[in-house]
Design a binder for this molecule. Structure first.
Ligand SMILES: Cc1ncc(CN)c(N)n1
Length: 223
């Protein structure tokens, strides 16, 4: 049987394919990704992950499903203890200080992505917000699984890959997929359509995030 998440995954497939093929990912695996690009990505992603954690807590307040609520609260804590904690080690290695993070403005794409997820919750519903969170979990897991066999010759990049291929991470992805499917079970056709749009837009923002890092995007007037 085709699940709801299979359907929305299919709808977002062109964005996912472009992410798998993106030069940021190729260069990370080949070990040729410039360190300043990776530094930039990590700083922007620090903003992203901290808002992503807050969103878990805010969505949990609005979710009736007790199991889902607990998963979201655990997910917020898991982000701090897991992904964000791993990144602290990366920051140390690359000499990224709290001052540098605090003084670097969030870039347009990261800002828009985060705002999109808040809009799904505050101008939409918790079900839409859940669907909007899912690409973040699932896409990185698929990228980790694609890249891990070959790996990267750069230790830091290899650790990044392994984070997203780990059993713990994969388990959280499976639970998030299950929560999205349970949320869709309670939704009518119109709400399912909005959940799909939230998922596809987050997938588009995931793709844009790699390019943002390669361009080291800034707020500026463009021609
Ligand atoms: C933008 C983004 N998307 C997804 C992930 C993986 N949690 C991340 N760290 N950053």
């Amino acid at each position: 049987m085709i699940t709801f998440t299979d359907q929305i995954h299919q709808a977002a497939a062109p964005f996912w394919q472009k992410s798998f093929e993106h030069p940021f990912i190729h260069e990370l695996q080949a070990g040729t990704l410039p360190k300043d690009v990776f530094r930039y990505y990590l700083i922007q992603d620090r903003y992203y992950l901290s808002e992503f954690g807050k969103l878990h807590e805010l969505i949990a307040e609005q979710v009736d499903d007790a199991h889902g609520k607990q998963f979201l609260l655990d997910g917020a804590q898991g982000l701090k203890d897991g992904e964000i904690a791993v990144r602290e080690g990366f920051f140390e290695q690359l000499g990224i200080t709290p001052d540098e993070v605090a003084s670097t403005p969030i870039a347009p794409t990261a800002y828009n992505y985060v705002n999109h997820m808040y809009a799904e919750l505050y101008r939409g519903t918790p079900q839409q917000a859940i669907a909007g969170l899912l690409p973040c979990y699932w896409l990185y897991n698929q990228i980790g699984q694609h890249l891990v066999a070959q790996g990267s010759p750069v230790k830091l990049y290899q650790r990044w890959i392994e984070t997203y291929d780990s059993d713990d991470y994969t388990d959280s992805v499976d639970q998030m997929i299950a929560l999205t499917n349970r949320s869709a079970d309670q939704a009518d056709a119109a709400l399912k359509g909005k959940m799909k749009t939230a998922f596809v837009r987050s997938s588009a923002y995931e793709l844009a995030f790699w390019q943002m890092a390669l361009d080291q995007q800034k707020w500026q007037v463009t021609a």
